[in-house]
Design a protein around this ligand. Structure first.
Ligand code: FES
Length: 371
């Protein structure tokens, strides 16, 4: 047991202890315990087979660049799979094949790249232990020169400049790896068609009955009482007949879900005296019954909350509010234009029918700026 007295101006106030027990230190004396575990140091260095056998080193190099080439093949394979296994048909089998092969290509690209990099580090890069001593965090000229030297040594020891096949194949793999991700962005844009026309044209046309969502039962004007609201789809939008419709009759949509997403409507009845209608749109409503697109003009959420006393429609996504009594104009929130109105009337049997399609694109305002 040993104590070393440190002079801080008060005799015996601080003691560094190098063992257990108080060693007779008097009460009130601070004791600094020395580290009880000795630093074991670094284990003896063992050379790898690639350090001693140039043939093995060459073999490892071959493995590394082969893996990088495999990564390139995987990434490009994902791009080809995207092109040769399209899923635009909406068929379950097509979607499965598309996701399977694009996924396999991307997985191969990433996996081979990762394994190649790890193998390069473990088998070929310098293997000696190096100790980076702590130093003040400053960037003096001397430090910068040291850093440059470290990079130079790292380059020399990793063989980044020297092993051109490994380096170039790695660069190729890194360039090819993001390509599948970029390719997938293509799916965000409509295929071969003008997006304005695509969103403007829905399944609504003159004479199409307004039907309840999801049952598809047509709605009579007499069933819509003041204050009520209906979620509405075109009567022609039903599962059994959809496949028989032409693309034009489907409103340009390939799948039933797309067609429904564009054509969905909210139907409400107000007291006629509460409606403030423009002259050119007075005949778009019937006895106080009005129909508006349910797709929010902000970023396309369904506007589904109707407050009958205020005649306000609320979009739950970002709280845009629309005034149904005034052509669904925006009264609050980030939406920039009113909900498109569907002109309606009744047929001979008293069922509510559309007079025409919407007169403007449904959904987010972005498309109208392309006009
Ligand atoms: S989507 Fe309706 S407010 Fe944002």
């Amino acid at each position: 047991m040993a104590e070393e007295e440190q002079n801080n101006g008060t005799d015996g106030a601080v003691v560094a202890a190098h063992g257990h027990g108080d060693g007779g230190v008097s009460a009130g004396t601070a004791v600094i315990a020395a580290d009880a575990v000795q630093n074991p140091g670094l284990p003896p260095h063992r050379q790898r087979v690639t350090d001693t056998n140039p043939k093995k080193a060459k073999g490892a190099e071959r493995t590394v660049y082969t893996l990088f080439y495999v990564s390139i093949v995987g990434s490009l394979g994902a791009v080809l799979a995207y092109m040769f296994f399209p899923m635009e048909s909406g068929e379950l089998l097509d979607i499965r094949l598309h996701t399977l092969f694009v996924g396999l290509g991307m997985a191969l690209g990433l996996l081979a790249l990762g394994i190649g990099a790890v193998h390069w580090g473990k088998a070929l890069m310098a293997d000696h232990e190096s100790i980076d001593e702590r130093h003040p965090v400053s960037s003096s000229e001397e430090v910068r020169q040291d850093s440059a030297e470290v990079f130079r040594i790292a380059d020399e020891e990793s063989g980044f400049s020297r092993r051109s096949l490994v380096r170039n194949s790695l660069i190729g793999a890194l360039i090819a790896f993001p390509l599948p991700g970029v390719t997938l962005l293509r799916s965000l844009a409509p295929q071969d068609r003008d997006p304005v026309q695509l969103l403007k044209h829905t399944m609504w046309e003159s004479g199409v009955r307004l039907a309840r969502d999801p049952s598809g039962v047509p709605i009579r004007a007499s069933e819509v009482t003041i204050g009520s609201a209906f979620h509405v789809i075109p009567e022609t939008l039903n599962h059994s007949d959809f496949e028989e419709l032409s693309l034009d009759e489907r409103g340009g949509s390939a799948t039933l879900l797309d067609a429904k997403a564009k054509a969905i409507v909210l139907l409400m009845r107000l007291d006629q005296s509460d409606l403030k209608e423009d002259d050119d749109r007075k005949d778009w409503s019937y006895n106080g019954i009005v129909a508006y697109s349910k797709v929010c003009t902000h970023v396309g959420c369904p506007v589904a909350l109707y407050e009958q006393h205020t005649h306000h429609l609320l979009c739950p996504c970002h709280q845009s509010q629309f005034d149904v009594s005034e052509h669904a104009k925006v009264i609050f929130g980030p939406a920039k234009r009113p909900l498109p109105q569907l002109p309606i009337t009744v047929d001979d049997e008293g069922y509510l029918v559309a007079q025409s399609d919407f007169h403007e694109p449904v959904g987010p305002s972005f498309w109208e700026r392309l006009k």
